[in-house]
Design a protein around this ligand. Structure first.
Ligand SMILES: [Zn+2]
Length: 400
């Protein structure tokens, strides 16, 4: 039997997530989110990219001073000025980490950095050693790792480890890899590095594969996943933290790995981020979307009322969602309607329920869904009509 291992959750909502258009946050907002990430139980918070702006530097410094349990990471390119600036922001942290990155694929070396592979190797070793002189906890990221030739990627990882890196991150920067590619890359680099450093995944969602790729990395030896709340991030976003964590929870039978995340804080954390940036998640978003635990179809509502495991693989309470919602719409059935009536305090007899059902589905055809207040009003009308009929019948019988 496979042994259970701990997966470090590295949250980069405040760095990669915040870089996405429309998601920028003030230093005060970043601190508020960092405190919520602390309550959520993430292991590492990447608080920002200190050299990128004065505001980012201040945000990282403020978070490093105020949030003391998790590791606080600051990003730096593989150049001394960036690393010095990152350290200046992180120096007061209880558990600082300098996160150095350099692209390693030929596409980036030739067209962006205009350096040779040999120069790249030397720059990685020098930059990691520079960071290590400040801080024992150094992460190195090989940007565009998934489009880097594997032998060269192994040489880069080896050089970074020898220079003192304690975490080696292999990002799918452009969201290009398939789970099988990721698995192969992690297995080969893991063979080369052994237990000298923690391997980390950082997957982008350009093909909608970020979570699947992160899980493939874990299965091939990664023990850190980099992810964001609501999956925000550059372009199509990063791997979504809530989806990775709940996949590991719900499928513990196949994925024997644990995280330190308090899952009941997932929906509250998603809401905190949405309220700060003013952008809601789509209703069909896994785990945290408004429809994640909503059922409208009659067959599904009937199943859910008999046993919740029929159509739910996790309980809404386990992720901090308000609860299962049986939505009354044109696809709903009689049992769902009966359950909603009972929840509102009305116990209707079968003929009453049938008449009500006709009215409710007619309304739902026009309005998409029927809210509790609308349903209560229709029930009151129906009951009033019944009483009127009853009164007329007994008055009529009195005359004879
Ligand atoms: Zn990224």
């Amino acid at each position: 039997m496979a042994t259970t291992s701990r997966i470090q959750v590295f949250d980069t909502t405040l760095r990669d997530g915040e870089q996405a258009p429309g998601f920028s946050m003030t230093a005060a907002e970043k601190l508020r989110l960092a405190q919520q990430l602390d309550r959520l139980g993430v292991d590492i918070i990447e608080a920002g990219f200190p050299i990128s702006s004065e505001g980012d530097f201040e945000a990282v410094r403020t978070i490093a001073n105020a949030v003391r349990r998790p590791v606080i990471a600051g990003l730096a390119r593989a150049i001394p000025a960036d690393i010095d600036r990152a350290w200046a922001a992180l120096a007061e942290a209880a558990r600082p980490r300098i996160h150095v990155f350099l692209a390693t694929s030929d596409i980036h070396l030739e067209h962006k950095l205009r350096i040779t592979r040999g120069q790249c190797l030397a720059q990685v070793a020098a930059a990691v050693a520079h960071a290590k002189a400040y801080c024992p906890d150094v992460e190195f990221s090989a940007e565009d790792a998934t489009r880097t030739e594997l032998d060269f990627l192994c040489a880069i990882a080896e050089a970074a480890v020898i220079a003192g890196a304690t975490t080696i991150n292999l990002p799918d920067t452009v969201g290009y890899a398939l789970p099988t590619d990721i698995e192969k890359m992690f297995r080969i680099v893991a063979q080369r590095i052994g237990d000298r450093a923690v391997l980390s995944a950082h997957c982008h969602n350009d093909l909608g594969l970020a979570v699947a790729n992160s899980l493939a990395a874990v299965q091939a030896g990664a023990r850190q996943v980099e992810c964001t709340i609501n999956g925000i991030g550059e372009r199509a976003g990063n791997a979504s933290l809530e989806e990775i964590v709940m996949a590991l929870e719900v499928r513990a039978d196949a994925l024997p790995h644990r995280t330190s995340i308090h899952t009941q804080a997932l929906v509250p954390t998603s809401n905190t981020l949405s309220s700060i940036v003013g952008i809601a998640v789509p209703p069909n978003k896994a785990i945290v979307g408004a429809n994640a635990f909503a059922h409208e179809a009659g067959i599904h509502q009937d199943g859910m009322l008999k046993h919740e495991l029929t159509y739910e693989i996790m309980r809404p309470e386990s992720v901090g969602a308000p609860g299962t919602r049986l939505v009354l719409g044109k696809h709903s059935g009689m049992r769902g309607l009966d359950a909603r009536c009972r929840a509102l305090g009305y116990r209707l007899r079968q003929p009453e329920l049938e008449r009500l059902y006709v009215k409710v589905t007619a309304l739902a055809d026009r309005t998409k869904s029927v809210e509790d207040e609308q349903l209560a009003a229709i029930i009151r009308d129906e009951l009033a009509a019944q009483m009127a009929v009853g009164a007329a019948a007994s008055a009529g019988s009195g005359r004879h």
